[in-house]
Design a protein around this ligand. Structure first.
Ligand code: PMV
Length: 350
């Protein structure tokens, strides 16, 4: 019994969700993106995952979220474990107890697959180091990003603090479809980006992101989308260096609206916007034009809207959010977040 106890290994990692400004939409094979995407890591929206590995000839795993067994996620986890087992052989010789918790509500429109799959990939890569007797936790982050990608594409971008690019582009020398890399040369303005997540409609999404990506196969605007995303990537890289908020909002909004336009024009077509999503969009544009407020928006594949603004201007923005925007949210619900510093390992006393 004591013998088994000694062989049990536990690691715990906290990893953030991220918000893409240039969107990943459409994939080939096992989560290779059709276009490059650029995102920043969030600070408060994080998943904490603890994995305990116990030697077992059968392998296998159990998964719980906030202390409850959650079978809905088992398929995604089993898939990641299976795809990782060639690079992380301990997976086939250990039973894994995976315990996760999120700081944000499920179905809040925050991508929980990005934080949860990256937290799990970090734990798995770290456990392999421990099994191999390399206890210094010296992880190869590109490799972990690649593992995360196998779990969920957007998770590849959660391994770094600040700004990240995933997907090959000639504009960034070490960019890759396999993994994400950190973006250098970010203007200090954009290291202080704030994100107010407006809960417009908390019900689960009508289209899963896997279904959504599949809609890009044979999409009538497929080739044009790939060109648009590559052009927006190049433009955004310049803007992130120059610090120009208005140009930044133009790209963020163009990407968000294009994502929804692509969903509407696919076959079958989906309308994921809620009437209040449209009202918010109108108010954001009015605030920028009429009140000169430095605020813009992004959206993922759902009705919730992400307001974007400089944290150092929040004294100007927050009263407008409270008066004009909060009444448009479901039960007046808003989650405030901002750019974060990336994953963190919990020190566990063995
Ligand atoms: O990682 P997935 O398969 O959940 O895809 C995420 C897709 C978007 O959130 C809509 C865009 C993105 O780049 O995060």
């Amino acid at each position: 019994m004591t013998h088994n106890k000694i062989q049990e290994l536990t690691v715990e990692w906290k990893s953030p969700s991220n918000l893409a400004i240039v969107k990943y939409w459409g994939k080939r094979d096992v989560q290779f993106p059709l276009n490059p995407s650029i995102s920043f890591s969030l600070k408060n929206a994080v998943t904490t995952t603890r994995v305990t590995a116990k030697p077992s000839e059968q392998g296998g795993f159990t998964f719980s979220l906030d202390g409850n067994m959650k079978e809905t996620f088992n398929k995604k986890i089993a898939n990641l474990l299976q795809l990782s087992s060639s690079t992380l052989p301990f997976i086939t010789t250990h039973h894994l107890t995976i315990e996760s918790s999120n700081t944000f509500p499920h179905s809040s429109g925050i991508a929980s697959s990005a934080s949860s799959m990256s937290a799990l990939a970090l734990c798995l890569a770290d456990l392999q180091l421990l099994v191999d007797n390399e206890p210094n936790h010296n992880l190869d982050i590109k490799k972990v990003s690649e593992l995360s990608r196998l779990g969920s594409g957007s998770a590849a971008r959660s391994l770094y603090g600040g700004w990240t690019i995933w997907g090959e582009t000639t504009a960034i020398a070490d960019s890759s479809d396999n993994y994400a890399v950190e973006l250098p040369n970010i203007h200090p303005n954009f290291m202080q980006i704030a994100n107010a997540i407006l809960i417009i409609e908390p019900k689960s999404k009508k289209v899963s992101s896997s279904q959504g990506h599949a809609l890009m196969n044979n999409h009538p605007y497929g080739a044009a989308r790939i060109k648009q995303a590559n052009d927006n990537t190049e433009l955004l890289l310049e803007i992130l260096e120059s610090g120009d908020w208005n140009k930044f909002f133009d790209i963020a909004e163009n990407e968000a609206l294009s994502l929804h336009a692509l969903m509407m024009s696919s076959n079958p077509g989906y309308t994921l916007l809620h009437p209040n999503s449209l009202k918010v969009i109108e108010e954001v544009r009015k605030a920028r034009l009429e009140q000169n407020l430095p605020v813009g928006f992004s959206m993922d594949a759902g009705p919730n809207v992400h307001l974007l603004y400089p944290k150092y201007e929040e004294a100007k923005i927050l009263p407008w959010i409270e008066n004009t925007i909060r009444p448009l949210c479901h039960q007046h619900n808003i989650i405030f977040d901002e750019l974060g510093e990336g994953p963190e390992r919990t020190d566990i006393n063995y």
